[in-house]
Design a protein around this ligand. Structure first.
Ligand SMILES: [Zn+2]
Length: 286
């Protein structure tokens, strides 16, 4: 199935439902980091919720960062999203595997913090916080949406990797919009129960088919389709900019010590190496 995110307004614009599938994007991220299946199952869910949040960004230049730091085996999970559901991310311990006796929540842990930083071109970025309680990603992010963004969200996320291959990754989310009365909320919640096992649902139908099947009788009004993609934004030029930002003195001292300045991108694994000549040229440009 191709990676796609479908959004539809319901009840005359009083609620919005989003269903998305992004196995290829999750696969690409996990491949870049050589991730174990157990680690990738969690990583994919965080990428999925990041794609959902990123799709809600208004302007092309808006971006967000999600840091999920629990006391589990994976360590820190960092993802970034940009408008149009472009995502990237990494985990501290990508090779983590569960012992047969362990509960999947041992990966994230049952205590910790979710931090979301949204840079929307304002002087100060928006910062929101949530708690890691269940360690399942889904309910912890639903808690974040409710408490930090004041958006009650019926959320379902899932990701399944087997033998290094992503079988499915995606989610479903429904939110009330202004004017959504109690009577619609009840209907919404009721229908969203069909999405509890979003993994199996996405194996049976595309996001649009699922919306049509469960919400078709509420005259869904579809918004433009979005294609979630895994995309790193690093480049040699950007890395050069970072070196410039640390200043000539500091750059020279690293160069003297290491012979070159090597910058590793944690999001895609690329290495950028700058030798004495490169550095010299870099600071001469000004
Ligand atoms: Zn990169």
């Amino acid at each position: 199935m191709k990676d796609v995110m479908n959004k539809a307004l319901l009840f005359n614009g009083k609620a919005m439902v989003t269903v998305w599938s992004m196995a290829h994007a999750a696969q690409e991220g996990a491949r870049l980091h050589g991730m174990a299946d157990d680690a990738a199952n969690v990583y994919g869910r965080v990428l999925a919720v990041t794609a959902y949040m990123a799709a809600g960004l208004k302007s092309e230049s808006d971006k967000l960062t999600v840091i999920l730091e629990g006391d589990g085996k994976l360590g820190r999970i960092v993802t970034c999203g940009e408008a149009g559901a472009k995502v990237r991310g990494y985990v501290s311990n990508p090779l983590t595997v569960l012992r047969p006796s362990e509960d999947p929540s041992a990966l994230v842990g049952k205590e910790g913090v979710i931090s979301v930083i949204k840079d929307m071109g304002m002087e100060q970025p928006y910062r929101g916080y949530g708690k890691v309680v269940k360690g399942d990603v889904t309910s912890d992010f639903a808690g974040y949406f409710l408490l930090s963004e004041q958006t009650p969200t019926a959320l379902a996320l899932d990701c399944k990797f087997k033998g290094g291959k992503c079988l499915m990754c995606g989610g479903a989310a429904a939110v009330p919009l202004p004017g959504c009365g109690e009577e619609y909320l009840v209907v919404l919640e009721d229908i969203m129960r069909n999405f509890t096992d979003i993994g199996s649902a996405l194996e049976e139908g595309s996001p649009k088919e699922l919306i049509e099947r469960h919400f078709g009788h509420f005259d869904p009004v579809y918004l433009p389709e979005i294609t979630p993609v895994y995309r790193c934004t690093c480049s040699r030029e950007r890395t050069a900019g970072m070196i410039k930002a640390i200043g000539k003195k500091e750059a020279m001292s690293i160069l003297a010590e290491c012979g070159s300045i090597d910058v590793h991108c944690e999001f895609c694994g690329k290495n950028y190496s700058f030798n004495a000549q490169d550095i010299d040229k870099l600071f001469k440009e000004d």
